[in-house]
Design a protein around this ligand. Sequence first.
Ligand code: CP
Length: 315
Amino acid sequence: MVGESFLSSEQLSEKDIEQIFSRATLFKREFESKQRFDHVVKGEALHQKVIALVFSEPSTRTRLSFQVAASRLGIKTVALDNPSSASITKGETLEDTFRNIAAMLPDLMVVRYNTNFEADAVIRELPCPIINGGIGTAEHPTQALLDAFTILENRKQIKGEKVLIVGDIAHSRVANSNLMLLRRLGAEVAYCSPPQFEPKGDNWKGVRNFGDLNAGMEWATVVMGLRVQKERHQSEGIGFSMAEYREKFRLGGDQLKHFRSDGILLHPGPVIRGIEFSAFVLNDKRCKVIDQVTNGVFVRASLISLVLGLEVLKS
Ligand code: CP
């Protein structure tokens, strides 16, 4: 992985994933006992390394957890995270923005943007490695990594797990990255969504579709809720109201009665309370949404260290 861009879950072999998780586990263990993990990373002058975060769509978890992960490693970050204060407002394209930031010679760039095929081509030609921090409706592979890490931590295995993805699959980059990664690791994936939110990509052909949420909850060992992505819906709307959506697809106390006691509930965030999960569900002990965020720091630190070719003292 040294020096390589990480754009898709599809790129990762089982061995790569094992290496990322092994290092993330080491970082988490060290942090829990010593509140730091930089001491297990070999490398001179890490403070001389710079990661550029270029986010043209909003983000709380991904951007901040890359920044926290880099800071814990002793690596500096610079961020362009508010397009309204960038020269994009003067007419510069996103592709040229990427070219110009890459010309400042950062060691690594993390990018997030809405669907943009020109930008997809340009990020493949830049002189520094690129990490996909969420691209349009295509992929969000670091989210899938931290989701799988959280499943492994709680369920002790991924192979054989039954993962039900619920909600707006059609507009979800998280669902696409998870489908590829979880299947690679031997999990079975199914979904439950209104017809308007059913996935369309070839990868989803043959994936089991539960029309009834309670039936899906009974089948699953892991349930992953997704945000209803209003910003990606056509201006004519989605053909049903949020009240209708909640009625059939929101996880609340009644649906939890159909879920196994040792299962776990995930959501990449942001959670829109009352639409995808009720407050009751968010407080349930099976709900690992906040643990996912914590794990995101260790998984992203692991990935950064591997892409930058840093060695660790023990693993
Ligand atoms: N999960 C996720 O991508 O959250 P943010 O949009 O806040 O980064």
